[in-house]
Design a protein around this ligand. Structure first.
Ligand code: AP5
Ligand code: MG
Length: 206
């Protein structure tokens, strides 16, 4: 199955992707994670992306589309994939139609007022990529799953989060109409316990 997760920053796309990609046996492809890895490895794409990510802006469409096209051509994508954070503009959605049209688009809906505290309190494991919230952690610095170091993302500062939210409403939210128009959109209430959100996503795919 070729699946897309749509939703504002902090909606729980990364959190839910782990369970859903395991269940469907498809790779989880997060463009944000790909850029963070490129930044860490100081590649040309990473250095270009960083200028935009640090300001909460979108990386230019041409850079993202080329990167995704290359990734989707890899062997592990033959039976489908779960795209998290792509497409994020109508131009990206149209480019994806030319690569491989998605089977379903899950829109994880969460009201804006919930997102700021989710993101300021987020910690991500640098080793296993697990996502946590400080309110549920005994130790803010150590991953409870693998013992790796927990990281506070550079773009999870209040001013950058506000910018990311405004960019989401201007440039990404129009995709809700785009995918409603072609009958592929399924909206799930993301303002519930993570385990209930997972159940709702899997039920919507049956
Ligand atoms: P990206 O990494 O994709 O960030 P994002 O879309 O802003 O989304 P997040 O990763 O912040 O949120 P999430 O929905 O994954 O939430 P999570 O599960 O972590 O992109 C980063 C940047 O890269 C962009 O700003 C842009 O510059 C660039 N980029 C990436 N893709 C691009 C593209 N296609 N085009 C152009 N530029 C691109 O959860 C968040 C927190 O909430 C965690 O603490 C978690 O524990 C908690 N939480 C999760 N679920 C729940 C729940 N149900 N209840 C309570 N808390 C919960
Ligand atoms: Mg994410």
């Amino acid at each position: 199955m070729k699946l897309i997760f749509l939703g504002p920053p902090g909606a729980g796309k990364g959190t839910q992707a782990t369970g859903v990609s395991t269940k469907l046996n498809v790779p989880h492809i997060s463009t944000g994670d790909m850029f963070r890895s490129a930044i860490k490895n100081r590649t040309r794409t990473g250095l270009e992306a960083q200028r935009y990510m640090d300001n909460g802006q979108l990386v230019p469409d041409s850079v993202v589309i080329d990167m995704v096209r290359e990734r989707l051509a890899m062997d592990d994508c033959k039976n489908g994939y779960l795209l998290d954070g792509f497409p994020r503009t109508v131009e990206q959605a149209e480019a994806l139609e030319g690569i491989a049209s998605p089977d379903a688009v899950i829109n994880i809906a969460v009201p804006d007022e919930r997102l700021l505290s989710r993101l300021t309190g987020r910690r991500v494991c640098g080793k296993c990529q697990g996502t946590f919230h400080v309110s549920k952690l005994a130790d803010e610095k150590v991953c409870p799953v693998c013992g790796g170091e927990l990281i506070h993302r550079d773009d999870d500062k209040p001013e950058t989060i506000k910018k990311r939210l405004s960019v989401y409403h201007d440039q990404t939210a129009p995709l809700i109409g785009y995918y409603t128009g072609n009958g592929k959109l399924k909206t799930v209430d993301g303002d519930n316990r993570p385990e209930d959100v997972l159940k709702a996503i899997l039920a919507s795919l049956e």
